[in-house]
Each structure stands twice: as structure tokens, then as C-alpha cells.
Design a protein around this ligand. Structure first.
Ligand code: PMP
Ligand code: GLN
Length: 383
């Protein structure tokens, strides 16, 4: 393994899911739903397979049906206009979208500002692209994690090329506000920066609203917006994602994507096009279901003695374990399966400044209600 990658080891998600299987624990670690997405959408994939739609290499930019559906989705939910032929690229999940964007847009030595704690693939992809990551730490304050705009501004140097944003934010559940996003936009315009914004949790917002960064003045032409079907349609194994951006940026990202995967899963693309056109009632029901689960798990964790940072979005809740007399989230998560049969993820893995994340632990609530209830009852036995 080369020096760019040795520091990253095995992802925490693989480690913790393996631990859950080995110990027969309830897995609230890795974020994936335990109920598959809509049957009609799974049937649409079967129909596409049977009809021979996408069984051979689909077009590099993605099938036209999906590219059109992505542009309809951006118009319907946000009033953003994109050209399906030149301003959309289908990718193998948001993971490839982020990787291809960084590989395409960074020169070796370019600095990338990312919100810490960050999703674990960001650091590895910045490293693979030869970039230097510059974390700006979201700090817990009065029950929520917030972005310090002065720290963000101070992090920009002449070598900064790009801001890698994520809202709603994994793992903290923070949804950046209109004012915060406006400040990011102003900074990007003033300092002539690109922004790659990971909005995979765009439909999982319980408080406030999701506002795409690309909708701010001056941002459309400098923003690569990333999303995917995994979270919105509870189909994380399908690995269909996309970007929307200017023709220049889409062309650049496609240059990298063509040598990573060339194209992405054909039949699934047709089914995801149908999914994006589901009525508003689908998106509302998804959000309300997860809101109830967030409330259930947050209340249960509080009763079990954790300090809870109730998330405004995503399907993760971050907790502080110090009220339980614990200080090391790593040790706590490694011992938790033996102690009570539950798996969680230590937030420290999402930090460069590991000490900042040490006493924090993330639980996923995208699970069946009976599973969450059982997990809570087990966790209450900790004290
Ligand atoms: N970005 C964030 C913030 C995530 O939490 C995840 C995890 N699903 C991804 C990207 C990866 O998305 P995908 O499965 O579509 O590659
Ligand atoms: N996004 C999910 C999480 O944060 C899982 C991603 C993964 O397994 N790579 O838990």
C-alpha cells in the first residue's frame, strides 16, 4: 500500500459492521436502512433487467432517462435549471462522485477545506488526488454542532482550490442555515474557489430546510452538487449517484470518472429515474418516518444517560459519552457489543484532531422501530 493510503487503514464502517455480525449485535454503526426502498422502484429495476435496458454498457454520462429525471428533481425541489445533456453526470454512488470530482479538479498540493468531523472517504480521496486537507472543525455548542464562519474564512490561503461541503452533515446531523451557506458562497466568490457539495441527505431534514449551495448568487458556475439514490430511496446497495454542475465542471469530472468506472450500473439507472419522479407524499413519508425514529432513539439515549446532539437532518445522532463516566469513544465502541449487544461508531475517526472527537459516538436510526426499541432497552442496561 502506498504512502498516500497507509494512514487510512480499513474503514470504520467495515470494521464495525463485521463486529456486529461476529457478536450478533444490533448494528447502529454503519448507516444503511434495514428495510429496502419502495417495491415499485425495485420492480422497475427488474423490468429494466428483463427488457434489456442497461444490461450492456450504458452511455458514459448516464442514461438520458436518469439525467432528465435528475434535472426535473432539481427544478421541482429547488427551482434550479440544469441541462440534462451537458450539466449532469451519473456516478457510482456519491462516493465516486466525490472521488472523481477531487481527482479531476485538484492539482498536487492544492488545499481542500473540509468540515470536520468529515465523512471518511473525503480524507482518503483528497490524499489520492494529491491534495492537502485543511479541516475546519464544527464545534458542539448548546446541543448542536455549528460552523464558525471566522474559522472558515481564516482557513483560506493562496493555495486553497476547493471547499468540500456536506449538508445535511454526517456525522453531526447539522443542517447549514441560509446565512451560513450565504457566507460560504460569498467566500467562494471572493476567493475564487470551487465547491464540491455533498447533499446526499437532502431529503432527510427535520428542522429548517435544505438549501442547495448552487442556488446562491455566483455559485452555479463554481459548484459541483453531489447526491445519490442510496439515502433518499433506501437502496444503498444500488450505488447510483450523480452530480449537477456547469458543462465545464461536468466535462472535467467525467474525464476522471471514465477511467474509474467508465459507466455505472445500467438497469438501476432506469429505476432511479422513476424513483426521482415519485410524488411529494413519498418524500414526506420518508422524512416523517425518520423523524419519529430520531425522536425515539434520541429520547432513549438520553434516558440511558448519554448527552444527545439531536440532529436537524441525516439519519445519525451524535452523543457525548462523558455523562456515563466514559471518555474514549473508540474503547467504548469496541466494548459495547460485549457489554450490551449494540454497535455504534466512534466520531474520532472523522477527525484529524482526534482529541476533538474522542468522547463522541454516533448511532444510526435508519432501522425498524422494534430494532431501535430493543437497542434502547439494551443501552439502558449500561448504567
Ligand atoms: N456522502 C456522505 C456524507 C455519506 O454519508 C455517504 C454514505 N452513504 C456517502 C457520501 C456515500 O454515498 P453512496 O453510497 O451514494 O456512495
Ligand atoms: N454513509 C454511511 C455511514 O456513514 C455508510 C457508508 C459506508 O459504509 N461507506 O455510515
Amino acid at each position: 500500500l502506498n504512502r498516500r493510503l497507509t494512514e487510512f487503514g480499513t474503514t470504520i464502517f467495515a470494521e464495525m459492521s463485521a463486529l456486529a455480525v461476529r457478536t450478533g449485535s444490533i448494528n447502529l454503526g454503519q448507516g444503511f436502512p434495514d428495510t429496502d426502498g419502495p417495491e415499485e422502484i425495485r420492480e422497475a429495476a427488474v423490468r429494466a433487467l428483463r427488457a434489456g435496458h442497461g444490461n450492456q454498457y450504458p452511455p458514459g454520462p448516464g442514461v438520458p432517462e436518469l439525467r432528465t429525471a435528475v434535472t426535473e428533481h432539481q427544478r421541482r425541489h429547488y427551482g434550479l435549471e440544469y441541462d440534462p445533456d451537458t450539466e449532469v453526470l451519473v456516478t457510482t454512488g456519491a462516493t465516486e462522485a466525490v472521488a472523481a470530482s477531487l481527482l479531476a479538479l485538484l492539482e498536487p498540493g492544492d488545499e481542500v477545506i473540509a468540515l470536520e468531523p468529515y465523512y471518511d472517504s473525503y480524507a482518503a480521496c483528497i490524499a489520492m488526488a494529491g491534495g492537502t486537507r485543511v479541516p475546519v472543525t464544527l464545534r458542539p455548542d448548546d446541543g448542536a454542532y455549528r460552523l464558525d464562519l471566522d474559522e472558515l474564512r481564516a482557513a483560506v490561503t493562496p493555495r486553497t482550490r476547493l471547499i468540500l461541503l456536506n449538508t445535511p452533515h454526517n456525522p453531526t446531523g447539522t443542517v447549514l442555515t441560509r446565512d451560513e451557506l450565504a457566507a460560504v458562497a460569498t467566500l467562494a466568490c471572493e476567493r475564487d474557489l470551487l465547491v464540491v457539495t455533498d447533499e446526499v441527505y437532502e431529503h432527510l431534514v427535520f428542522e429548517g430546510e435544505h438549501i442547495p449551495l448552487a442556488s446562491f448568487p455566483g455559485m452555479r458556475e463554481r459548484t459541483v452538487t453531489v447526491s445519490s439514490a442510496g439515502k433518499t430511496f433506501s437502496l444503498t446497495g444500488w450505488k447510483i449517484g450523480w452530480i449537477t454542475a456547469s458543462p465545464e465542471l461536468v466535462t472535467a469530472v467525467r474525464s476522471a470518472k471514465q477511467f474509474l468506472t467508465y459507466v455505472s450500473g445500467g438497469p438501476f439507472q432506469y429505476a432511479v429515474a422513476d424513483a426521482l419522479r415519485l410524488p411529494d407524499s413519498y418524500f414526506d413519508a420518508l422524512r416523517e418516518d425518520l423523524r419519529a425514529k430520531r425522536d425515539l432513539l434520541s429520547a432513549g439515549l438520553t434516558e440511558a444517560g448519554f448527552e444527545v446532539y439531536e440532529p436537524a437532518g441525516t439519519y445519525f445522532v451524535t452523543t457525548d459519552i462523558r455523562p456515563l463516566g466514559e471518555t474514549d469513544g473508540f474503547a467504548f465502541c469496541r466494548a459495547l457489543p460485549e457489554r450490551c449487544g449494540v454497535v455504534a461508531v466512534p466520531n474520532a475517526v472523522f477527525y484529524d484532531h482526534r482529541e476533538q472527537g474522542a468522547p463522541f459516538v454516533r448511532f444510526a436510526f435508519c432501522k425498524r422501530t422494534d430494532v431501535l426499541t430493543e437497542a434502547v432497552s439494551r443501552l439502558k442496561g449500561l448504567r
